[in-house]
Design a protein around this ligand. Sequence first.
Ligand code: NAD
Length: 259
Amino acid sequence: MSESPVMLVTGSASGIGRVIAERFVRGGYRVHVSDVDGAALQRCAEAMPGISTSLADVADVEAVNAMFDEVDARYGRLDVLVNNAGISGPTAAVEDIQPADWDRTVAVDLNGQFYCTRRAVPMLKASGGGSIVNIASNAAFFGFPLRAPYTACKWAMIGLTKTLAMELGPFGVRVNAICPGSVEGPRIDGVIERDAAKRGKSPAEIRELYARQSSMRLFVKADDVANMAFFLCSSEGATISGQAIGIDGHTESLSNWLD
Ligand code: NAD
């Protein structure tokens, strides 16, 4: 390949996605960042000159199609798709979850991956190979009380990963999932606060509970996830496909209740 490879990462104006974008910029990729938050996208573009951006909700198929049209028009190729955009969804017992909240979680955390993947695949094939990395969760390996829609979507992402690895392997396209544990940052702080309120515990107690879900008693850094995504897409990861890789200090369980 004479020109630098091209990658697209969704939900990447902030959080883990932004750290992934930064890692691929450092690794010599031409990077397309997309997000539903226009102000965050603007800040991201200013901080990373040279990237291209799209304002796109991954749950909106028309917006996703427009985003891929923009990438195609600008670069004429795609080498990596990182399906990162995802929302936490409601923290509630299943009988208290509103259908609209269920639907929105599935729309972002599952349908969005499909909308992006179906447009990326022809471009990856045309590039002669490439990688899809799905950012799932350690919730893809366990039942996770009070987080039914999120957990169902993350398990579904593994099914999609394994299936697409089989469909696309013969074309030299690899498909893997990364399953982070609790990642330091504002999102997990929000999850902890909502969980604490639901269980009548303090945020500090819930934070300790989350740390103890991991054999190594740790929270993950976004850099750990970004480095794995970059490795999987590099020549060093050339024989890795169809895998769901935990970046989590080994999660033992997500159901160790305090009471
Ligand atoms: P975050 O909420 O900090 O950031 C997500 C980014 O995605 C934000 O910029 C947001 O504006 C954007 N976004 C939200 N909805 C979108 C949509 N519909 N379309 C496009 N962009 C959208 O989240 P994060 O912690 O960086 O999580 C990123 C991914 O990692 C998610 O898929 C999440 O489920 C997964 N994950 C996170 C953790 C964690 O502890 N933070 C753990 C395991 C897995």
